[in-house]
Structure formats: structure tokens, C-alpha cells
Design a protein around this ligand. Structure first.
Ligand code: NAD
Ligand code: UFG
Length: 338
């Protein structure tokens, strides 16, 4: 019995593969390394003493999937593979729909052909668009996504809902992640964005290490306590255990489930900068600039369904998130490039 992890060399995938191997699961990975390095999986092997089987290939390649499903006794699929840059998705919408939507359809077809029925999908809080009210529960309105990336996630959720009705033997869980940050406490694996980071925490950590000069804070005139944007940051190790809990609960409850993975706590950009200064003992220079188009004021989860359905709660504090991000950054100033 083995778990197929698509996108397993990536940021969240590598931490989840590590957690699966640590508890004794056999893991098969497919990743085309379009946004990752195989070194992440080498380091997972070094940390766990166990190796996943790795296929460097594209999920759009039906033959590769057929080979995997016929060569291994796959019981469950965790589907991380996809493109995730909001700004890139605006410039290259077709690449996003092909990878994220068509890629998922190809994968589901091959699962159907091979009789593999358990599917866990990486969705995102971005499907909620601009929230009418917070915290966001799974019942909150979705849609009005401001970019093709968000739309691609919502499209996959809707395809999965239809697919589940047509194939009731399938057990499907969509996990809507809030803002993943942090790294494995060893500092050996973590987030390695190519080029200049778009996301706040990798940006702050590159300012702390001296690779970037100053954080641009996108707006301090939002209706939030200090005027800067508020998000629900979640430690990547909590996300990893959330996937294990989803696997363990796959046969319980409804055949098609949507579940938030967040902490239920919102922190502002300024809160993050201050927490990072404390963790790194470095001064983080920042400048207030205009709002970033498409950003929302605040977004945090109601995490109660995850507790009820999966018996899972996030346990890491903001200080731990910043400590582990800094530990990864300072030990790997150039990520997986040496
Ligand atoms: P990541 O880019 O680090 O990992 C994705 C992995 O998928 C990469 O290793 C990439 O090489 C691989 N990949 C992409 N397209 C592929 C294809 N066609 N075939 C095979 N491999 C392919 O991203 P991540 O942060 O680990 O995110 C994992 C998933 O979670 C993504 O689907 C992302 O959209 C979703 N998600 C991420 C965030 C976030 O902020 N990190 C938030 C919500 C949801
Ligand atoms: N921010 C800055 N300066 C920066 C980067 C970000 O002030 O250089 C601010 C943003 O305005 C926002 C907050 O920091 O208020 C967080 O921004 P991120 O870019 O880190 O994250 P987002 O909430 O915009 O989006 C992230 C992912 C999406 C995902 C969403 C919800 O990038 O893919 O979380 O999961 F969909």
C-alpha cells in the first residue's frame, strides 16, 4: 500500500512526504520540478532514513500515471501539483488552467481507470474571494476570484463535486489552506521561491538575511487594527499533519468534503515583521506603499470543522512559524541552490 503525492518535491508536498514517511507510510512522488528541486526529497530521505519512490514527470502525462498506478499499490492520492503564483496566473492564464484544471482531470481519469478512490486536493482560501464576513467557514460564499489561479482552484472544487456525484465510490477531501509559512524545525527543508518572492514571509526573511533591502508594506489604510492586511498564517508542519488527519478520516463522513486548514487567528503585516525581528534578532526595514491590486483587507478561518471532522487543530504559534522560517533561511540563504 502506498500514497501517491503529486507535487511532492514542492514546499508543502516535501513536508507532507516527510511526515508520511516518519509514520511508516510508503510514498510515491510525481513532480516535474517546474517549481522545485529534487534536493528537497534527498533531504527528506536524509531526515527520515527512508526514501520515497520518485518519478520526475508531468501529471499531464497519462502514460506516466498509468505506469505509476500499475507499478505500485496506490490507495490514496494527495494532489499538490499545480502552479501557484497569483501574478504569473494573470500573465499566463492558459498555463494555469492546463496545469491546475486539466492536470487534475487527467489524474482523476487515471485513478478511475486504476480503481484508486481516495483523493485529497490542495485548495486555497483564495476561493472565498473578497469575504463578506469573517471568520470564513466552509459555508461562506465563494467566487469573485480576482485572478486565474484562484479561479482554477474553484473550478477544480466544482469538478470534484460533480465527479463525486457521478462516482459515489470516490472519497474526496478538498483542503482549503490559509497562508502556509514556516519550515521543518531541522532547517533542512523549507520554502524556496525562485526570484523575488511575492509572498510576505519569504520576502521578510530575505530582507533579514540581507538579500533584499526593505519590505514594501502594501497599504496601511485597511479597516484593520493597524491598517495593514490581516491573514491566517499556518505552520507548514501543521498543514502536513492536517493531510495525515484527512487521510485517516477519508472513509468517514460525506463522500465529498471541503475543510479549512487554518489557525483561526489573524495577524497583520506589522505583527509579522515584529515577530520576525524577535525570531531573527535582525531589524527588518520596511516602507509603507500603496495597496497591491487584488488584495483583501483581512482573511482568517473558522477552523472548527477540521477539529470536528478530522480531529485536527493547528498547534504552532506565530513565534514558532517565524523561528522555523528564519532557521531555514539562515542555514540555506540560497534555498536548495548551493
Ligand atoms: P510548490 O510550487 O512548492 O509545489 C508544487 C509542486 O508541484 C512543485 O514541486 C512543482 O514542481 C510541481 N508541479 C507543478 N505542476 C506540475 C505538473 N504539471 N506535473 C508535476 N508536478 C507539477 O507549491 P506549494 O506551496 O507546495 O503548494 C502546493 C499546493 O498547495 C499547490 O496546489 C498550491 O496551489 C496549493 N496552495 C498553496 C498555498 C501557498 O500559499 N503555498 C496556499 C493555498 C494552496
Ligand atoms: N504583503 C506586503 N508586502 C509584500 C507581500 C505581501 O505587505 O511584499 C501583504 C499583503 O498585502 C497581504 C499579506 O502581506 O496583506 C499577505 O500577502 P501574501 O502575498 O503573503 O499572501 P496572500 O494572502 O496575498 O495570498 C496567499 C497566497 C495565495 C493563496 C492565499 C490564501 O499567495 O496563493 O494566500 O491561501 F491563495
Amino acid at each position: 500500500m502506498a500514497i501517491l503525492v503529486t507535487g511532492g518535491a514542492g514546499y508543502i508536498g516535501s513536508h507532507t512526504v516527510l511526515t508520511l514517511l516518519e509514520r511508516g507510510d510508503d510514498v510515491v512522488v510525481i513532480d516535474n520540478l517546474s517549481n522545485s528541486s529534487q534536493k528537497s526529497l534527498d533531504r527528506v530521505a536524509e531526515l527520515t532514513g527512508k526514501k520515497p519512490v520518485v518519478y520526475i514527470d508531468n501529471i499531464l502525462n497519462r502514460d506516466a500515471l498509468k505506469t505509476i498506478f500499475s507499478s505500485h499499490n496506490i490507495t490514496d492520492v494527495i494532489h499538490f501539483a499545480g502552479l501557484k503564483s497569483v501574478s504569473e496566473s494573470i500573465k499566463e492564464p492558459l498555463a494555469y488552467y492546463e496545469n491546475n484544471v486539466t492536470g487534475t482531470q487527467v489524474l482523476l481519469n487515471e485513478m478511475l481507470a486504476s480503481g484508486v478512490k481516495h483523493f485529497i486536493f490542495s485548495s486555497s482560501a483564495t476561493v472565498y474571494g473578497n469575504p463578506e464576513k469573517i471568520p470564513l467557514s466552509e459555508q461562506s460564499r465563494t467566487g469573485d476570484c480576482t485572478n486565474p489561479y484562484g479561479t482554477s482552484k474553484l473550478m477544480v472544487e466544482k469538478i470534484l463535486a460533480d465527479f463525486s456525484r457521478a462516482q459515489p465510490q470516490f472519497r474526496i477531501t478538498c483542503l482549503r489552506y490559509f497562508n502556509p509559512v514556516g519550515a521543518h524545525p531541522s532547517g533542512r527543508i523549507g520554502e524556496d521561491p525562485g526570484g523575488i518572492p511575492n509572498n510576505l514571509v519569504p520576502y521578510i526573511s530575505q530582507v533579514a538575511i540581507g538579500k533584499l533591502g526593505s519590505v514594501s508594506v502594501y497599504g496601511n489604510d485597511y479597516p484593520t487594527p493597524d491598517g495593514t492586511g490581516v491573514r491566517d498564517y499556518i505552520h507548514v508542519m501543521d498543514l502536513a499533519t492536517g493531510h495525515l488527519a484527512a487521510l485517516d478520516s477519508v472513509d468517514k463522513g460525506a463522500a465529498y468534503k471541503i475543510i479549512n486548514l487554518g489557525t483561526g487567528i489573524g495577524y497583520s503585516v506589522i505583527n509579522l515583521i515584529e515577530a520576525f525581528e524577535k525570531a531573527s534578532q535582525k531589524k527588518i526595514s520596511y516602507t509603507i506603499v500603496g495597496r497591491r491590486p487584488g488584495d483583501i483587507a483581512e482573511c482568517w478561518s473558522d477552523p472548527s470543522l477540521a477539529r470536528k471532522e478530522l480531529g485536527w487543530v493547528a498547534t504552532h504559534s506565530l513565534d514558532e512559524m517565524m523561528r522555523d522560517t528564519w532557521n531555514w533561511q539562515k542555514n540555506n540563504p540560497d534555498g536548495y541552490k548551493v
